[in-house]
Design a protein around this ligand. Structure first.
Ligand code: GSH
Length: 405
């Protein structure tokens, strides 16, 4: 018997959750694939104000939230075993339904969807979501050490919620080395998806991930990042138009090599900085600085409010610097993390050959995550103290930092 109609996009694991629960009670849903736009009409929004799928329509009730739809299926049979036998079991089933939704689905989505270019890609968010997913999987792994099912001795809605929640991760994110870190979860997952109703509604779940998703920047986004640069824009756009053709190796010569010679020798500055106290180094810096040949830039990470652990913020700087390899000859920078875990910022200063942010810098994948604001020579006096603190790592709240040299 069908309980009613579910509207969704195809292969939605949230719908599988409801369908599996229904199947255990000998019930079904009529499932209709639809465009999201089709449920944003006034008629649908009146019934389903969230305007999200899956949605469930029936004569008795209209429901949104997939766990509620699954619960509705589970609760249909009076003697169902899906919801736990005792008060304790019932509470545990609820615990895992919420755990699946809040700790698994939410974090797996924030890890997976940016890699699929469905959500905007921001590396710190993806890194944080990855860590949060791993934390939850770790917990699950411990819980499942000596259990076949999460609650009691047979399948409950807890298992249905958790297995459907992790199905996309097993398909797209968790390759063999990662699965090996969560052996109990993997054993549990493969056992459950081998069961009849899981097999019916998660037919592809046994295709475990071989190569995990990796972020590939969409071409358009790359071009936008480069919008900030004035002079070399046209040339870059033409290159970008041919993006499908494998790119030739980058030209060895930089435009920066064609600038008039400068009295300020970058290598000498880097040696000064590395081998002397900040007082000596900065004195040398200002005595030798060539404001025509080089420019100074205040750099601020754009998504400071999304940073989490200090060491992760510092790793982020490390990642940016690693991708600035081409700029090593032409730039020097100090970026620092100030603050504490879950409340920190990344900022600093860069010294760059020429008067613009050059290709060698703006081509780095993470450049778009930073604001580069030029400090004009007229501002040097007022900024000297701040620049000193960034170079000497004496900023208030300094927690960690990296030097690009
Ligand atoms: N917690 C909800 C999440 C539903 C949800 O986020 N649906 C997305 C697709 S996966 C959606 O319809 N988004 C359309 C929108 O945000 O307008 C559930 O489990 O049903």
């Amino acid at each position: 018997m069908s309980l009613g109609n579910i509207k969704t996009y195809p292969n939605n694991s949230r719908v599988a959750k409801a369908q599996i629960a229904a199947a255990y009670n000998g019930l079904t849903f009529d499932v209709e694939n639809c465009e999201i736009a089709a449920i944003k009409t006034p008629e649908y929004l009146a019934k389903f104000p969230m305007g999200k799928v899956p949605l469930f329509e029936s004569e008795k009730v209209n429901l949104f939230e997939s766990s509620a739809i699954a619960y509705y299926a589970a609760v249909q049979k009076e003697d169902t075993t899906l919801l736990g036998a005792t008060a304790v079991e019932k509470a545990l089933v609820m615990q895992y339904i919420f755990f699946a939704e809040n700790e698994l689905v939410a974090n797996i989505s924030n890890w997976m969807l940016p890699l699929m270019n469905i959500y905007p890609y921001m590396k710190p968010n993806v890194d944080a979501a990855t860590e949060k997913t791993k934390r939850a999987l770790d917990v699950l792994n411990k819980v499942l050490l000596d259990k076949t099912y999460l609650v009691g001795e047979s399948v409950t809605l807890a298992d249905i919620a958790v297995v459907t929640a992790i199905s996309n991760a097993f398909k797209l994110l968790l390759d063999k080395p990662l699965r090996d870190q969560y052996k109990n979860v993997t054993r549990y997952f493969t056992t459950l998806i081998g069961k009849e109703h899981f097999k019916t509604y998660l037919p592809e779940a046994d295709k475990l991930c071989e190569t995990p998703l990796k972020y590939v920047a969409p071409k358009k986004e790359k071009k936008e990042t480069k919008k900030q640069e004035a002079a070399p824009k046209k040339e870059k756009k033409q290159e970008a138009a041919q993006d499908d053709i494998p790119k030739p190796a980058p030209k060895p010569k930089s435009k920066l090599d064609l600038l008039p010679p400068s009295k300020f020798i970058m290598d000498e500055w880097k040696r000064m900085y590395s081998n002397n106290d900040s007082d000596v180094a900065m004195k040398w810096f200002w005595e030798n600085h060539d404001a025509e040949g080089y420019s100074l830039w205040k750099v601020d990470y754009k998504y400071n409010d999304e940073l989490t652990l200090v060491f992760m913020s510092n790793n982020l700087i490390g990642g940016f610097f690693a991708r600035l390899e081409m700029a090593r000859k032409y730039a020097f920078g100090s970026l620092v993390v100030c603050g504490e875990n879950n409340n920190n910022t990344i900022s600093g200063y860069f010294l760059i050959r020429g008067q613009e942010v050059p290709f060698e810098v703006y081509d780095a994948a993470d450049y778009g995550s930073y604001n580069f604001v030029k400090i004009e020579p007229s501002q040097y006096e007022e900024k000297k103290d701040e620049i000193y603190k960034y170079m000497a790592w004496e900023n208030e709240g300094f927690a960690d930092g990296k030097i690009f040299k």
